[in-house]
Design a protein around this ligand. Structure first.
Ligand SMILES: *[C@@H]1O[C@H](CO)[C@@H](O)[C@H](O)[C@H]1NC(C)=O
Ligand SMILES: *[C@@H]1O[C@H](CO)[C@@H](O)[C@H](O)[C@H]1NC(C)=O
Ligand SMILES: *[C@@H]1O[C@H](CO)[C@@H](O)[C@H](O)[C@H]1NC(C)=O
Ligand SMILES: *[C@@H]1O[C@H](CO)[C@@H](O)[C@H](O)[C@H]1NC(C)=O
Ligand SMILES: *[C@@H]1O[C@H](CO)[C@@H](O)[C@H](O)[C@H]1NC(C)=O
Ligand SMILES: *[C@@H]1O[C@H](CO)[C@@H](O)[C@H](O)[C@H]1NC(C)=O
Ligand SMILES: *[C@@H]1O[C@H](CO)[C@@H](O)[C@H](O)[C@H]1NC(C)=O
Ligand SMILES: *[C@@H]1O[C@H](CO)[C@@H](O)[C@H](O)[C@H]1NC(C)=O
Length: 747
């Protein structure tokens, strides 16, 4: 199956390829379109566009937003006389938004925390199949965010430069003043080595559709940035698909008529739009039509059941296609395995192994916090959800374009009750954070064998989080529960979209901490599977947890309420990326700051050790040339020589514990230029998840390509391998690297 995934940013991805596979289920058979396939699709597009008149071409490249007829969020209109059914773009990096009978998947941040390529691939495949079955041609899917800890769906190894929601667009203020969107000001080396990096990966993987972001880059709106869109994206990265349009319309037609824009240029735009349609075989007569329930769901999601757009349609809605297949089983499994266990003193988890005082099974469970029970305001977050989110209930998925309609929600409380029912246990709970903040725990008797506290923080498009602290008086709540439960009995579970401060983490009576992120519709089952040991938590932090918010750095630019933000034609919203590449762990390394929990960290139910020497072998790449071969073709992903495999690194890992389990081996590279000019002390350049039986050991092999060991030379405008020694280190986190080797690449 092949499906188009749109990247949103300056451009904003995630981790899944646009094109899926020829052999479903086999990651090794990942389908990436060949140059010949691109060429063939392009010539079909050429033949199609040759039959269009100007108005049709302009309509096509302009597109329509919120198409009430089909319910598509973005729509390329049909050309019926040529049998072209149009294209349907649907929202949703984590679920098909504004649709029903669809799954809510673990969010991007959860998937990032899995460090599990198989999981990422399977999730991409499952989501792709749901979108396709609903008749979508383009998934408004994945987003890359890196620097700012307060934005949503963070994956610091995958940064873009669309880093804040506050003033992400030009904005009309209440007095009518228009203020320009925030400008991300980024130097060329940082752009290439950090922010452009994931785009090169995505284009290489066959992405056919990239959306420019709303904000400005170096003062120019991303969608008007000729250098980025043409020189960098198309010429340098070899991108052959299309981007979001939306603002051409009649002015483009007029511009062609007076000769300001050539017909060739418009033909090219229309061809780029049609090429992916043919490449992904969406011209197949069996390609699903847009689900007829979609217009209802668009109207109701945006305007409620009173929506005028529902007029004349059958009352009560019409059922859509159920596209969920067996995904709920996968969602439960992924949500559990991607959880990150940050602390587990005395091995309190898994609970199934534990006994209460006196050797009896644990029969008294205390459950606390407003993230533990079901939602009370509906299974879909409405558009007017406040910045701190709804007070009650577990968060399965974020809000805005990244939201979705849960088909149902399994709350943690529900899952805990059914778990404890099996042993006739007692579950006592207080889900009101107000009661907990007031320290009124008299309803709990006797003192539980273990106390589970569920904390949360909401994240949605259009807002930045106001704080890194978990919401709803979280710190007071934890402190009161810990004081009540006493000696080493409290387990804290966080339900959040990313980086949080955890001021209670070092309290010795907080015995375990599990970062569960947003797990999707099966939340409660996933979390209980981990707590009781049915599934091992094998996630690792895809970001650093700081001791204090000041340690993290990278605050957003926020001039709200200041005169500067309101000046006419204000260009005051400037975000200077002065830290260069030193975000997240690179920042902590550069400043020698001790994190609370470092990037790449996570515990499991067994232990691992990376040991012995690293073996480093030079592969076929040309080591007398510090630049990529200038004669190599530019294909999607850029100069093909940048992808030449240069070094193979091999190390050994052993499971030193008592149970089978998984760990993530991470490869960090320190270049000879490390520490200069905003260049990080070390950079993650490979990772692999490995499963081993108790006592078993295995070898791990990773490959470094030319790009992985090159820096962007601004003067030469080219990638260059530095001379001198590289240090390669392998281990279990950014601060637990037990095997290393230094090596020269050139010469
Ligand atoms: C932004 O401006 C700086 C300073 O002029 C320049 O070095 C850099 O290349 C520009 N970046 C982009 C993305 O255009
Ligand atoms: C054509 O370009 C000229 C010069 O930039 C401009 O003044 C005019 O408005 C443009 N006309 C149209 C229809 O785009
Ligand atoms: C930005 O500043 C305004 C006014 O001070 C404040 O209300 C808002 O919470 C701030 N936003 C963030 C994300 O901190
Ligand atoms: C936090 O707790 C205090 C009482 O201790 C209460 O007044 C306040 O409303 C609570 N805030 C939230 C967000 O629940
Ligand atoms: C942990 O709990 C015990 C028993 O209630 C108490 O004596 C001790 O002071 C607590 N420790 C901390 C760090 O709060
Ligand atoms: C400022 O805005 C006004 C009204 O939108 C516009 O006429 C003017 O050209 C703008 N000035 C600059 C310097 O952009
Ligand atoms: C390696 O690169 C050098 C320098 O560009 C070139 O002279 C040489 O022919 C290349 N070797 C191979 C095997 O391609
Ligand atoms: C690198 O590996 C050597 C053993 O090969 C070890 O002695 C040394 O401590 C390691 N250095 C670091 C920084 O890990």
């Amino acid at each position: 199956m092949k499906i188009s995934v749109q990247l949103y940013s300056w451009i904003s991805i995630l981790v899944l390829p646009s094109a899926a596979t020829k052999h479903p289920g086999q990651l090794s058979e990942l389908y990436v379109p060949s140059v010949e396939e691109w060429n063939e699709a392009e010539s079909k597009a050429h033949a199609f566009v040759a039959q269009l008149i100007l108005t049709e071409k302009v309509t096509m490249v302009t597109g329509t937003l919120l198409d009430v007829g089909t319910g598509c969020i973005g729509r390329i209109r049909p050309v019926s006389r040529l049998g072209f059914p149009g294209l349907c773009l649907l929202d949703g990096p984590n679920a098909i938004n504004r649709a029903h009978l669809v799954s809510t998947f673990p969010s991007g941040i959860t998937v990032a925390a899995s460090w599990d390529r198989e999981l990422m691939y399977e999730r991409g495949l499952a989501m792709g199949s749901e979108f396709k079955a609903k008749g979508a041609h383009v998934i408004l899917g994945v987003d890359v965010i890196g620097k700012a800890p307060l934005q949503i769906h963070i994956f610091p190894e995958r940064p873009s430069s669309n880093e804040q929601e506050t003033m992400r667009s030009d904005t009309v203020m209440p007095d009518g003043t228009i203020v320009d969107a925030v400008s991300s000001n980024i130097d060329d080396q940082t752009l290439h080595e950090l922010y452009l990096w994931p785009f090169a990966d995505a284009v290489k993987a066959g992405t056919t559709s990239i959306m420019c972001s709303y904000n400005r880059l170096n003062g120019t709106y991303a969608c008007e940035d000729e250098r980025m869109l043409t020189q960098v994206l198309r010429n340098e990265l070899g991108f052959r698909g299309h981007g979001g349009g939306g603002y051409f319309g009649p002015s483009l037609e007029a511009a062609v008529e007076v000769g300001n824009v050539t017909m060739e240029r418009v033909d090219e735009m229309a061809r780029r739009l049609m090429t992916p349609y043919y490449l992904l075989q969406q011209d197949d007569p069996d390609y699903p039509t847009v689900d007829p329930s979609m217009p209802y769901l668009l109207a109701i999601s945006n305007d409620g059941w009173e929506s005028g757009l529902l007029g004349g349609r059958p009352e009560g809605g019409i059922p859509g296609r159920d596209v969920r297949a067996n995904h709920k089983e996968l969602i439960r499994k992924w949500g559990a395995s991607a959880a990150v266990l940050l602390k587990n003193d005395d091995g309190i988890l898994p609970l199934s192994d534990k006994t209460a005082c006196g050797g009896e099974p644990m029969l008294y469970i205390g459950v606390f916090g407003n993230a533990v029970f079901d939602v009370t305001e509906g299974v879909v977050a409405p558009p007017n959800t406040p910045q701190e989110g709804q007070e009650d209930g577990i968060i399965t998925i974020g809000g805005g374009a990244g939201g979705g309609r849960n088909p149902y929600i399994i709350s943690p409380l529900e899952a805990i009750k059914s778990q404890m029912n099996k042993v006739d246990g007692t579950v006592q709970y207080i889900t009101s954070n107000k009661v907990l903040a007031n320290n009124d725990l008299r309803s709990i008797y006797p003192k539980p064998d273990v106390c589970l506290v569920f904390l949360k923080s909401w994240a949605a498009e259009t807002y930045d989080r106001p704080s890194l602290e978990l919401s709803w008086n979280s710190t007071v709540v934890v402190n009161n529960v810990v004081k009540f439960c006493g000696w080493k009995k409290t387990v804290v579970i966080t339900n959040s979209a990313g980086i949080n401060t955890m001021p209670w983490a070092e309290n010795s009576n907080v015995t375990a901490i599990l970062a569960a992120h947003y797990t999707g519709q099966e939340a409660g089952n996933s979390i209980v599977d981990v707590l009781w040991g049915k599934t091992e938590p094998s996630g690792r932090l895809p970001y650093t947890i700081p001791k204090t918010v000041e340690d993290y750095g990278s605050p957003i630019v926020n001039l709200t309420g200041t005169d500067g933000g309101l000046e006419r034609n204000s260009s005051k919203w400037q975000a200077d990326f002065t830290e260069g590449q030193l975000i997240d762990y690179r920042h902590f390394d550069a400043h020698n700051t001790e994190p609370l929990y470092e990037f790449g960290f996570g515990l499991g139910y067994t232990t691992f050790k990376v040991e012995g020497d690293l073996e480093v072998v030079k592969l076929g790449g040309n080591t007398t040339n510090d630049l990529p071969d200038a004669a190599a073709p530019i294909e999607p992903g850029g100069n093909t020589d940048l992808w030449t495999e240069m070094l193979r690194v091999t190390g050994r890992v052993s499971n030193t514990g008592q149970r089978a389990g998984s760990t993530v081996i991470q490869l960090y590279v320190s270049s000879p230029l490390a520490g200069r000019n905003g260049i990080p002390v070390q950079a993650l350049r490979g990772f692999k998840k490995i499963q081993l039986e108790a006592g078993q050991s295995g070898s791990i092999e990773m490959v470094l390509r030319r790009r992985d060991i090159s820096h962007w030379d601004v003067m030469a405008q080219q990638w260059r391998i530095p001379s001198g020694e590289f240090k390669l280190a392998l281990g279990l986190s950014a601060r637990d690297l037990s095997a290393n080797k230094t090596t020269r690449v050139l010469g």
